[in-house]
Design a protein around this ligand. Structure first.
Ligand SMILES: [Zn+2]
Length: 184
C-alpha cells in the first residue's frame, strides 16, 4: 500500500490517511507499523521511528484534530477548541534534529518528535491567511490540500489520485452518450 503525499503539507497528508471520510471511510493507518511506514515515507520526517501503542494513539488523535482544523479553515468556521489544544500540545514537543552532509539532509528523532514537526507544519499552514486550502473536487475524496497553483485553479488533490480518474470517467460517460463522436 502506497501513501500519497500530494497535499502540499505533511499535516494535510496525515489527515488524508483516512480516505473517503464522508462515505465508507478507509483508514490507512490501522496499526503502529503503518504509522512507522508513513513517517518513513514522508520526506519531511525522520526515516526510522518506532511506534508504541501510546504514541500511535497520540498520532491518531493529532491526525483527527488536524483534519478538523483544516476543515474549519475550508468552511470558514472558528477552530474547534479541543482540536486546537491537541495540535498545540503536540507542537510544543522537541522536533527532529536536522543535519546537512554531502548526501543531503538527514533528519533524526523519535516518533514524538516527528509528530511535533507535523503539528508545527500544520499550524504554519492553518495560521497563514494567504494559504488556499481546498477539498478535492472528486466526489468522495475528502483530502484537503494546499493550492499553490497560479490563480488557484487546482481542482484535484492530485492528478494520479483523482484528476485522471474523474477525467477518465467523464470521457467514458461522453462516449456512452455519443458513440459516434470522436470529440475528446
Ligand atoms: Zn482527491
Amino acid at each position: 500500500m502506497e501513501f500519497a503525499f500530494v497535499s502540499g503539507n505533511p499535516a494535510l497528508d496525515l489527515a488524508a490517511t483516512v480516505e473517503a471520510r464522508r462515505d465508507e471511510a478507509a483508514d490507512l493507518l490501522g496499526t503502529p507499523s503503518d504509522l512507522e511506514r508513513w513517517v518513513a515515507a514522508c520526506d519531511e520526517l525522520p526515516d526510522e521511528v518506532t511506534a508504541d501503542t501510546a504514541t500511535f494513539e497520540a498520532a491518531l488523535a493529532l491526525r483527527e484534530a488536524l483534519y478538523r482544523l483544516a476543515l474549519d479553515r475550508v468552511l470558514g468556521t472558528p477552530f474547534d477548541r479541543d482540536c486546537l489544544a491537541i495540535v498545540n500540545a503536540a507542537a510544543a514537543g522537541p522536533v527532529p534534529a536536522m543535519e546537512l552532509s554531502d548526501t543531503g539532509l538527514r533528519l533524526s528523532g523519535n516518533l514524538r518528535a516527528a509528530l511535533s514537526q507535523v503539528a508545527r507544519r500544520g499550524i504554519a499552514v492553518l495560521a497563514d491567511p494567504g494559504a488556499r486550502l481546498k477539498e478535492c473536487g472528486r466526489a468522495g475524496c475528502t483530502r484537503i490540500y494546499l493550492d499553490r497553483s497560479r490563480g488557484a485553479r487546482r481542482t484535484w488533490c492530485g492528478m494520479d489520485e483523482c484528476g485522471n480518474r474523474v477525467k477518465a470517467a467523464a470521457y467514458r460517460a461522453r462516449r456512452r452518450a455519443a458513440p459516434q463522436s470522436t470529440v475528446e
